[in-house]
Structure formats: structure tokens, C-alpha cells
Design a protein around this ligand. Sequence first.
Ligand code: WTA
Length: 654
Amino acid sequence: MSQQSIESLLKESRVFPPDEEFATRAHVRSFEQYRELYDKSVQDPEGFWMDMARGFHWFSQPRDVLQWDPPDARWFVGGSTNITYNAVDRHAQSLRRNKAAILWEGEFGETRTLTYQQLHREVCLFANVLRKLGVRTGDRVAIYMGMVPEIAVAMLACARIGAVHTVIFGGFAADALRDRVNDAKASIVVTCDGAYRRGQVIPLKSIVDKAVAQCPSVRHVVVYKRTAEPVSMEPGRDHYWHEVVQAVNASSAPLPVDSEQPLFILYTSGTTGKPKGVVHTTGGYMVATAITHKYIFDLHENDTYFCTADVGWITGHSYVVYGPLLNGATVVMYEGAPDYPDRGRLWSICERWGVTIFYTAPTAIRAFMRWGEQWPMKHDLSGLRLLGTVGEPINPEAWMWYQRVIGNGRCPIVDTWWQTETGAVMISPLPGAIPTKPGSVTVPFFGVVPDVVRKDGTSCAPNEGGYLVLKRPWPSMLRTVYGDHDRYVNQYWAEIGGSEGGIYFTGDGARRDEDGYFWIMGRVDDVVNVAGHRLGTAEIESALVAHRAVAEAAVVGRPDEMKGQALCAFVTLRPGNQATPQLKQDLAEQVAKEIGRFARPDVIRFADALPKTRSGKIMRRLLKEIASNGQVTGDTTTLEDLSVVARLTAEPEE
Ligand code: WTA
């Protein structure tokens, strides 16, 4: 984050009290009521969470709420449930039977509605398909699809039979897909023939073919036909979705699973080149996603809720699929790009479906700002009553624009802080209760105890920047990194206070102001948030050094007005290679091929050497400064060769 934006956050003093009319209808109506519930939730967390868990169906009731053996937690111990019973069957058996669960809109404007009854049927059918293909409890199923309702159906079908889904974002390239499928040892891949994006077809099935050729664990590939473009189908291995569902019946009882049964693995970027398979389990994740969705989005029976996230990311898991469906909500799901066929597309969706709650990312809001007010102005957005944002710090200017132009000054904004690892929102306003300040994520959700601390674990003073930590376990916390429990312990729990101290390190920098409000300052580790995508710089570096011309690479983030952060790569070449514009393009392509187009560096700079310490560590801090300001002001006394920095700062970036 640039000095300028830190200062503007520091200067921000506007406060917006909750709208009175909104508050009278809200689940939580005043700061006092929030305070009372929050205090109860931290004074008696077990009582609080047990109360919350009572809103769900358990085949057998939990014996204990929490077993906490830091850093290992078990929630709703001894309980058995099935998340799809709670997210689908319950509603399909109630007055919500014919309520829309998913309102889907394709990029070309075609629409589909799945009621809870229909969703139930689809989930049962696909659960039976998975069973028939040999999927057993605990087996991993990889899902690599576009934004079609079947992506949710596939996830729920896995959960119904106790299989573990791992959704891989459809923007990942074949190599990245292969690595994730292999790490999870998935036996099945569920995909689409292709996906539409800005009118173009992304050939998902042929990407799967390339990846799966190197995935020994994969026995079957199921292909949902979306584009009807020709694809190659390998007999015995590949099956069309529409054909295999014909061959099964629609009765499928949900399997009662232990509360701690793994529900899914979701790969996310960390500080090493190898992505982490974040593991979430069933009971705690179910209770926390549903409860946060209900209170933070102040969900009511007749709301129409639209979250623009792709299901391939955690926001899509928790707040397109599980949270809303657990609450019996109506979810709008849009397949394509926000500027297709024009820049008013999302507003047109809000108008036509009567969206009441809209949830998106700051990078999207900044794009809307740049596109201009004329696009939302063309549409009637008076149905909106609540706006949300997630994924990166929102600059106060973008917050104000969102509030004024999209919310017409009426809608509260919930700026929700959380992570793949937390599973559910941890810090956010409750819209009827908490006065908001543009750029602040405000106060913790029930049961969550965040703090801002120094490296030694002591709490920072008000407005002193430090590390954001969580001091209590919470139901939707990750349980491990798949296949690498040591990484779980070391990465998240050992950093502050030692691995048995039970303090979770988020990787974010933050401060807490004099009112106790949290302000997130961005990542302090080598993870960058670029245009709503979370990327590890180490992953991109390892893609770059895989190119034969590259000797060394260092990738850093730098502030970017549009994308939040931009990626800047510094590359040194092996002898005999020329630093040409063509090579730059080749390197960008290399990253696109190994990870995906969304991870291509914005700037690639060739250098004859990288700044290093005497012990040979690349000094990224200096590269960050060079990338951001073109110069270095920090301490350079540990630098091995000062002239390296002099040369880098002397050369302007192209
Ligand atoms: C950042 C996305 C500021 C943060 C749900 C976190 C935010 C990372 C906010 C997780 C917010 C998320 N304000 N920063 N409201 N929400 N972040 O795993 O750096 O893709 O650690 O989960 O996004 O990204 P992830």
C-alpha cells in the first residue's frame, strides 16, 4: 500500500450511522444489541455456538462444542450431519420447496431458475452418478467448471456422499490444474466442454485433457455440455453429464457424516511456490457460513442476493453456494464478464432480477468508477438495500462512490474481512447496528477475537500498525493444509507466540483506531491481491525460472490504482540470452501457461543482478521500493553490492 493511501486512511474521519429505517427491520438493530451478543459470544463461546448450531439438522447431536488442543480444533464434537441436507433437503421439504434457489443468467442472456425442489433433484442425481463412478466417502473430486448451476450441484453432490470437493478456478492453466489434482489425488474431474467469457469460449475440456494426461489418480472425467463445441472424449474415462444422469435414479439419502469430516480442499497461494490445500470440515463451516451470511447481509426471506465472485474462490464457496443455500436464500449467479455486452451488465442484472443485496470486490468497484456513472444510471437500482465488499482494502474514494452511485446514498455497506483460511467473514459491520467508516472493516463478528500485535505478540497501541491475529479458534477455521500439517502449524500458528499459544497469524497488516475499529493495510508476506485474485509471488517466480533463458526472478507487488496491486517481475538472464521485448512476451506467456493469464506480471524488468544480502537472500523490500517509487530510501547496509540498486534505479522502467 502506498504512503499516500495509508495517509488517506489515517485521515478518514467520516462516520455513517446505520440508516434508521434499515435498522428497524434488521436482525441486529443497535450497537448495544451487537455489543451484548458479542460479549456473550466471547464470554461463553460454547453456549453461544451451541445455540447457533441448534438451527441445523443433526443426525446425532454434538456432545461437545469445541475440543481445542492448539493449534488443532474440533468443533461440534461427536455431531453428525450432512450439509446438503441442511442446504437443500430441508428447504425442498418446506414452504420453500418452489422458491428459487439459483437464478442463473448466461453471458448471452439466457436464463435458468432452479427451485429448491429442482436443486434437490439435481444434487441427488449427480450424487448417484458419483457413487456409480466409484466415488467413496473421503475421496477427492476435482471440479473445474465455468459459472453454471452445475458447479454448485457438483459440490453439493460430493458433500451428499461424504466426498471431498476441490474446486479449481476455471482461469487456471493446465499445469496449475494438474498440480492441484495431483496434490489432492482426485479420482474424478468434473468439467465443462467450455466456458463463455466475453463472448469467447475457454476450452475447459481440452485443458483438462492436457492436465489429466499427467494425473495418474484420475479415473473418470465428467463433462457438462455448455458450449456444444466439439471436444475429444476418451472412451471409458470420459462421460457426458447429461448422459450419465440418465442412467441413475433420483433418490439419494444424504450420508450422515461426522462434524469433522473434510468437506473441501481449496488451494490458495502462500509464501512458497507450492499452493496450499486449505482443508475445511463440515459442521463448523456449515454453522459459521450460514450465521455470518444471515447477520452480515441481514438476510430476509424475500431477499434476492447477488455475489459476483467466481465459485472457484472461497467467496464463491461460502457466499454463493453454502451460506446462502443453508439459509434458504435466492441466489443470482451470473456466468460471464461484467462488461459484456456492455459495461452496464451487472446493473442490468440487478434491475431485471430485483436484486436486493449485492456483494463484490474493490477491484470491480474501481473498474465501475472508471467506466463511469452513466452505466449504473441507465438502470433502476432502487431495489438494492445492502452492498458488500471483500477481497482487499477498499480505498475511501471507492467506498464513497459505491455508497453514492450504486447505493444512492441509502444502502449500508458491509466491508467484510476474511480469508480462504477463515472460511467465513471474521470482521465486518452488521448493517443495522454498526456505524461505518469508509475504508474500515469495523468490528469483529460474534465469537471472533482479533487483535493487532507486534512481532513479540504484545498488543499495539491505538493506531499503531502491526500484525492482524485471531486469538480464539472459530468454527469455520481451516483444520490443516492437505498433506502437510507441519505447514499448517508453522505458517499460521508458530509465527506469533509459538505453535501451542493458539494465536492465528493472518498474514495481514492492520491497525485498530481509537474506537476499536479495524483498518486492514494489506499483506505483510509475499502474497499479493491482484484484481481480486490472491497470488503468491513465489509461484510466479518459479514459473519464470522454468523458462530456459531465466537465471533468477523476483516478483513483488506494487500499489495500483485499478487492480489494488500490480505484479512487477525482476529477471536476470542466463549467459547468451538477449533482453528483448520478444523475450518479455515469452516470459509473460510462460506464466500464463503455468498458472493462468490472470497471473501475468504487469511489468517485467531485466536486470544484470538482483539486490541481495551478504548471505545471498534477495532483498525484496528494496525491489518493492524500486517498483513502487523508482528509488530506495530504506536501509541498504546489509546489501552485498550497492551498485545493483544504483543501476536498477537509474534505468527507467519501460
Ligand atoms: C484480503 C478472500 C481488506 C486480505 C475472502 C486477506 C481484505 C486476503 C478484505 C484473503 C477486506 C480480504 N479488506 N483486505 N475486506 N477481505 N482481504 O484468501 O489481505 O482470497 O488476507 O480470501 O484478502 O484473500 P482470500
